[in-house]
Ligand binder design. Sequence first.
Ligand code: COA
Length: 215
Amino acid sequence: MAALKFREGTEADADAVCNVFSDSFSEDSINKRVFPATSAGARASIKDWLGGGLKDPHSRYLLAVNDSQSGVDAVVAMAKWIAPSAEPKAPEAENWAAKMAWPDDVDGALGTDFFTMLEQKHKEHMGSRPHWYLELLAVRKSYHGKGLGKHLLSWGLERADKDGLETYLQASPAGVPLYRKYGFEDIETVHVSKADYSEVFMKRQPRPSQQGVSS
Ligand SMILES: CC(C)(COP(=O)(O)OP(=O)(O)OC[C@H]1O[C@@H](n2cnc3c(N)ncnc32)[C@H](O)[C@@H]1OP(=O)(O)O)[C@@H](O)C(=O)NCCC(=O)NCCS
C-alpha cells in the first residue's frame, strides 16, 4: 500500500469526509436506517452534519490521506475530535437532531431519538467538566486493520494526556474493542431495540504524557 499521510481537515474536505463516513458505516444497523446509501436526502444530512462541523472552531478533523489516490477518494479515514471548551454550546447547535428536516426515505424518527439520546448522555456523563470528545472515528472498509483507527485515536489521547483531561466517546459495536484496548472504560450501554444495536458510552482518564498511549 502507498504511504499514508495525516493532516487536519478543512472546509474543502466536506465531500471527502462524507464519503469516508458512508463507506465505513455501511454495515452499521443505525446508519442503514438513518443514512441509507440510496437516499440523496440522507447524503445531504450527512453533509450538513460533517461538512458543517468543518466550520466549527472547536471541531478538529484528523484525516488519513493516500496521495496515490485522486480527489475526494484520497481521504481514507477520519476522526472528528471536539477540543475542550470553556464556552457552552451555541443554542442553535443544541438538539440538532430534533430540528433536522429528515428526508422522507429515511427513518427520521430513529435519527431524532438516537442522536438526541447521544447528546443527552454526553451531558449526563460529563456535565460541564472540560474533556476531549471523540465524536466520530471512521476508516474505509478496505483500510481496516492497518492501524489507522489507532493512529487517529492516539492523536486526541496525546492531547488529552498533555492537558490532563478525560476523554469521552460513544462507541458503536465495531469501535468497542479498539477503545477498550486503548484504556477506555464502559460507563453505560444503551440498547436501541428498533435497530437491534447497542451503543456503549466510555471514558478514559488522563495518563502522564510521557507514558504515551500504549494499551
Ligand atoms: C472501529 C474502526 C475505526 C477500527 O479502525 P481500524 O483502522 O480497523 O483499527 P486498527 O487497525 O487501528 O486497530 C487498532 C487495534 O484495535 C484492534 N481492533 C480493532 N478492531 C477490532 C475488533 N473488531 N476486534 C478486536 N480488536 C480490534 C486491532 O487488533 C488493533 O490492535 P493492535 O493495536 O494491538 O494492533 C473501524 O473498524 C471502522 O471504521 N469501523 C466502522 C465505523 C465505526 O463503527 N467506527 C467506530 C465509531 S465509534
